[in-house]
Design a protein around this ligand. Sequence first.
Ligand code: ZN
Length: 260
Amino acid sequence: MRKYSRSLVFLLLSFFFSTFLCLGDSSSFSFHETLTQVSTLNALLNGAYDGTVTYREIEKRGDFGVGTFQALNGEMVALDGKFYQVRADGKVYSVSPEEKTPFVSVTFFDPDLKFEIAGVDYEEFKKEFDKKIVNPNLFYAIKIDGVFEYIKTRSVPKQSKPYPPLIEVVKHQPTFEFKNIRGTMVGFWCPAFIKGISVPGYHLHFISQDRKSGGHVLKFTLKKGIVSLDITPNFFLTLPENPMSLQEINRENEIKEVER
Ligand code: ZN
């Protein structure tokens, strides 16, 4: 009888904990369902390129995302918990945990939906993905694994002080073109209300399967691939340390220049 009641207690406890853990996992209020961002897009456009948060801290907030580095030294791609730096020389370097970032967006990628797609360019892809955006007030982490007929990426060269605004930097951005390349696109779709804080709409970075090339995606044609998306209802923002006023900046046209 005593043995029996012990087992019952154990069962009840495990039921309690599994339910509790289950709720914890599926709760939308967790870092697994949060887009964490350092600084704002307007601050970056204004030349706030000094890193404020280390990648050691960033990896606690996500295993997937895009960003940049101290002094704007290249494009960052995070995939499966590994962080890559695509520098202006077009090569891919691993990221030291001590490295700081002035601008980054990460989440833990737990896909909610997957679909196959073939024979689309970036604009056609957007039209297909738009259909999956059921709630336009949420964030969507996007992963595209596939074979790309064509990709054009860019990186940004490391800057020195006084830092020029981003619009000046991208005038001299090195671009890279790839044909018939296998790899993964990593990025986000952000709601329109995020203007000034992040990039509204699509923002994708690329990393090749051999981890030797990548960058910020400008154009692509996808031969065949699988798109996964993670609906992300929370947003955590670390404000820029630089005390510049971001109130009156309207950089809508600059964002178009810088991101496309
Ligand atoms: Zn980018």
